[in-house]
Ligand binder design. Structure first.
Ligand SMILES: [Zn+2]
Length: 369
């Protein structure tokens, strides 16, 4: 999987600037194996072997995710981190390329890694002449030849499973990229999302009827992720050609840098915004949020000038910039607002809500006309 969301977890290691994290929910997986095994009367040592094999699978999953991340790196797209979840790995790419060819290669690189691992394991088998025991795999794969058989089988399964066209899983992304070589991206995404949701429902039904909770979980994940990605692509298509100047708010809260914290708090209580632009004459000096003012007040700094407070990092936009691009930057870099500057002067601010509001107004206007 390659997704632009999700954060948090225990850091394992870093490779080429990409952190590998384990999400806390990952622990549910070994816990579930041990608990369900013990209740079925499976001996403890065998359970440990099972947990070991699951960890082997996750090593392969990490290699798979690096396939995505390192290919993305070649196209100049950074990956924030790779997070391991009980349902698989997620490489948090800062964005997905719009070029369908790039999306195709970034996506297919993951499953190809699993094919590569399987091929290497086969090579070891061929060179050393060990025999494979696929049949006794689940009966306690403790010998290393059994582990080798397991690695081959698991990677072929990972390869095939990921190629299922269940958007936004890899196969679905590949489908979308192939479709968007012929169709508009929006249409291609809609088709891939519909196919993805059908697979998702199938996963949930199969997971429940076969007693495989993690498969059902994958289905739930795919179902919602397909919808949210299709929405964001649709929104983006509707925002094509729309500039920051068209969606920005021209009314905003500002104070001169010489104003005191108390003055700012008074204005806040009288109906100020969540974000305060601190000005130096006509120039933007810095940005403060409600919490900054509150903590200054708590620390008895009510008579300090605003310029004495530590300002937030600010990123600015020009009115001519594309609204969607600016919006993405705001989300990725985590800015509460983007001040809009024209010739060094503030002409407005852009907030996350602006896009949604703009689209609603457009929709309402469209209905009228
Ligand atoms: Zn993948």
């Amino acid at each position: 999987m390659a997704s632009p969301t999700l954060r948090g977890g225990l850091s394992l290691f870093s490779f080429r600037g990409i952190k590998v994290l384990v999400h806390w929910s990952f622990l549910l997986l070994p816990a579930w194996i041990v608990i369900s095994g013990l209740s079925d009367g499976v001996p403890f040592t065998q359970l440990l072997a099972h947990v070991g094999l699951v960890l082997v699978v996750f090593v392969c999953v990490v290699v798979h995710e690096f396939g995505h991340a390192l290919t993305a790196q070649r196209y100049g797209i950074r990956t924030r981190d790779i997070t391991l979840l009980p349902i698989g790995g997620v490489a948090s790419l800062e964005r997905m390329p719009e070029d369908p060819k790039q999306e195709f290669w970034i996506t297919i690189a993951g499953p190809l890694m699993n094919l590569l691992i399987a091929a290497l394991a086969f090579l070891i088998v061929a060179i050393t002449g060990v025999s494979l025991f696929f049949s006794d795999l689940l009966l306690g794969a403790t010998t290393w030849t059994n582990v080798l058989s397991f690695v081959i089988m698991a990677n072929i399964l990972l390869f095939l499973f990921n190629l299922l066209p269940a958007f936004p899983m890899d196969g679905g992304r590949i489908l979308r990229s192939l479709l968007s070589m012929r169709l508009p991206r929006e249409r291609a995404t809609d088709i891939a999302a519909i196919v993805g949701r059908m697979f998702a429902v199938g996963f949930v039904i199969a997971g429940i009827s076969w007693g495989q909770p993690f498969m059902a979980l994958v289905g739930v994940f795919v179902f919602f992720a397909a919808g949210s990605e299709a929405r964001s692509v649709r929104q983006k298509a509707r925002l094509e050609g729309i500039t920051v100047g068209q969606v920005m708010r021209t009314r905003y809260w500002s104070l001169q840098r010489t104003a005191t914290v108390q003055q700012a708090v008074n204005e806040l209580l009288a109906g100020g915004d969540s974000v305060l632009l601190v000005l130096d004459g006509q120039q933007l000096a810095g940005l403060l949020v409600r919490e900054d003012l509150m903590s200054a007040l708590q620390n008895g700094r009510d008579q300090d000038p605003l310029s004495d407070l530590p300002f937030r990092a600010v990123s600015v936009v020009a009115p001519k910039e594309g609204a969607h691009k600016a919006f993405q930057r705001m989300v990725i870099e985590g800015h509460p607002v983007l001040p809009v500057l024209s010739e060094g002067r503030i002409v407005g601010i852009m907030e996350p809500e602006n896009l949604a509001e703009y689209l609603q107004v457009q929709q309402a206007a469209g209905r009228k006309g």
